[in-house]
Design a protein around this ligand. Structure first.
Ligand SMILES: NC(=O)c1ccc[n+]([C@@H]2O[C@H](COP(=O)([O-])OP(=O)(O)OC[C@H]3O[C@@H](n4cnc5c(N)ncnc54)[C@H](OP(=O)(O)O)[C@@H]3O)[C@@H](O)[C@H]2O)c1
Length: 312
């Protein structure tokens, strides 16, 4: 069998660490780095992030597309990727481990009322605020997939009163599981600290809106690590102003990079990070991709295939 050819087409991501990682993971892989693509008809697989326009129509022998990111909404909307082309999203252990660290850090920060201690410090106010026991702190996670489930597992270790919300029913010991739109408000009522780990789809866009914030307990906290358009920004600003949401941590935004004059940058009740909650790591991700290529070449089914009918 001819050796497989993979095209690296992630123009915004430095290629060198990926070239090294693919070389180690699959020494017989022929890796081409865009724009040096050689004969496009020889390319079997493409590994992409913000792929250049005009590329896909040239790849006449393409058999599957691998996404560098876990969220694939842009690739699903990509006009040049044929509808029947297998699309594989990023699932790799470092991404999950990173996300669990970020989410745990922010949940603990809010649980221990750190924004209030920081405010008191600025005023030199020595105030021993009460902190509820972890078992009395309601933490909710929107999305119980690869990342949401790992975060739930890590947070469970602290003993929080944890709830999760997903599209389909789950069997999750020790968690309160809410399923489907009908149960969304009940779930939100159980979420003093709310983590969004949903994919961006038609159903989930704008889900964090005025109605959702009103359903949460007063003075709640929001951690959005899903996608920017999950949040209706004006509704969040209003909920922060009223105190319904005490503080928000936002890692993702409708427009990235966040515009210099955006009110989130200077807002006292908002923590901004530049889409860094979890980043795909070349060493571990290259193993996942090359393992999938081997499977495909052996006639086995591809893992982590996107379900186009669900949009994630
Ligand atoms: N900020 C960052 O650095 C960063 C990094 C990586 C990923 N992300 C984001 O995190 C998202 C989640 O990643 P993942 O790997 O955990 O995805 P995943 O494994 O596909 O899990 C998605 C979860 O969302 C639930 N869901 C989807 N649509 C729903 C709906 N309409 N109603 C209720 N629940 C719904 C799914 O329910 P079912 O289980 O019932 O299908 C599933 O539990 C990605 O799509 C991406 O946007 C962000």
């Amino acid at each position: 069998m001819a050796k497989p050819t993979l095209l690296y087409a992630c123009p915004t991501v430095p290629a060198a660490p990926w070239v090294a990682a693919f070389k180690t993971a699959m020494p017989d892989l022929e890796l081409r780095v865009w724009p040096e693509i050689g004969d496009p008809a020889e390319i079997d697989y493409a590994f992409v992030w913000h792929p250049p326009l005009g590329l896909f129509p040239q790849l006449t022998a393409l058999r599957a597309v691998f996404s560098l990111g876990a969220g694939v909404e842009r690739l699903l909307d990509h006009a040049e990727i044929p509808a029947g082309m297998p699309l594989i999203r990023m699932v790799e252990p470092s991404l999950g481990a990173d996300m669990a660290i970020y989410v745990t850090m922010q949940v603990l920060h809010y649980h221990r009322r750190m924004p209030e201690f920081a405010r008191n410090q600025r005023q030199r106010a020595w105030v021993a605020l009460d902190v509820p026991m972890a078992r009395d702190r309601k933490v909710g996670i929107l999305g119980y997939g690869q990342l949401g489930a790992l975060c739930a597992e890590r947070l469970s270790a602290f003993g929080f009163a944890l709830s999760v919300w997903s599209r389909s029913p789950k069997d999750a010991a020790g968690l309160r599981v809410f399923t489907g739109r009908d149960r969304l408000e009940d779930f939100l009522a159980e979420s003093e600290i709310l983590v969004c780990l949903l994919p961006l789809t038609e159903d989930t866009s704008g889900i964090l809106n005025a109605k959702a914030f009103a359903a949460m307990p007063p003075g709640s906290y929001l951690i959005n690590v899903g996608r920017g358009p999950h949040v209706v920004e004006q509704d969040l600003l209003a909920a922060l102003a009223s105190g319904q949401i005490a503080h928000a941590t936002l890692d993702v935004f409708a427009q990235e990079p966040l515009a210099e004059d955006h009110p989130f940058w200077r807002h006292d009740q908002v923590t901004v990070t530049p889409h860094v909650a979890a980043r795909t790591q070349p060493q571990t991700a290259a193993l996942m991709i090359t393992d999938n290529i081997r499977r495909h070449r052996n006639g086995e089914c591809l893992l982590n295939l996107v379900d186009r009918s669900l949009g994630y």
